[in-house]
Design a protein around this ligand. Structure first.
Ligand SMILES: Nc1ncnc2c1ncn2[C@@H]1O[C@H](COP(=O)(O)OP(=O)(O)OP(=O)(O)O)[C@@H](O)[C@H]1O
Length: 210
């Protein structure tokens, strides 16, 4: 597995007439770990979702491993290349058992090993909607770690520790820090920022400090 360099080049995203991301430039080296911080509503989630094709860009390009995604096949490849932990984990949207979700990420054995490390291995036969917020977050992280083991070259995680207790926050920061792939993690959590190589801060849609 080789880590992927990621380049945001003058990226703009809008919701109707509201500009959520405003000409953002950000270069992330292969294997670098970047914490994306900033006030609520400053555009962090939109920026990551745009990189995954989950929100359209109104301008600019986003390359992963040197390739901008501009065709269906490139988007398919990118979704394999980038493991994703979303912010809004609404279990009703995923009518699955925990084990089924873990098995869907790429490498089921690695996902289950990660689930074990994260203390949720015993929940395998539970429907997702019966889990607590923190348990659900751990399961999605374990799935993403399975995707990394299966060859994803980057991991994007949107507030992956928001629902976790203090020990969980430290544990996840340590786990992500060890990953040999490029990591972009949206976080308001200091342990996570400390564990990253660099902190990039967004303010009102712009990247303020890199
Ligand atoms: N579905 C939507 N429709 C309209 N506006 C939206 C939508 N989602 C986000 N926005 C707006 O876009 C801007 C950026 O939102 P975004 O979710 O990217 O911010 P964020 O930095 O991730 O915030 P937080 O830290 O609260 O998660 C905000 O002004 C928000 O109100």
């Amino acid at each position: 597995m080789t880590a992927a360099a990621i380049r945001f080049d003058s990226v703009t995203c809008r919701y109707g007439r509201r500009t959520a991301v405003d000409r953002v430039d950000l270069d992330i080296a292969a294997g670098e770990h970047v914490a994306l911080t900033g006030a609520n509503g400053s555009g962090k989630t939109t920026l990551l979702r745009a990189a995954l094709g989950l929100h359209p860009t109104a301008g600019g390009t986003i390359s992963v491993g040197g390739t901008p995604a501009d065709s269906r096949s490139e988007w398919t490849r990118r979704r394999r290349d980038v493991a994703w932990v979303p912010q809004r984990l609404t279990p009703g949207r995923f009518p699955l058992l925990v084990d089924e979700l873990l098995d869907s990420g790429g490498d089921p054995a690695a996902a289950r090993a990660a689930a074990n490390q994260l203390g949720v291995a015993g929940l395998g036969s539970r429907p997702l909607h019966t889990l607590s917020g923190g348990q659900l977050q751990r399961v999605f992280l374990a799935r993403a770690l399975g995707a990394v083991a299966a060859g994803a070259r980057a991991l994007f995680a949107d507030e992956p520790t928001a629902a976790l207790d203090f020990d969980g926050q430290e544990q996840v920061a340590t786990l992500l820090a060890r990953l040999p792939v490029t990591v972009v993690v949206v976080s308001h959590d200091r342990a996570m920022s400390r564990a990253c190589d660099r902190v990039a801060e967004m303010a009102a849609g712009k990247l303020r400090v890199v």
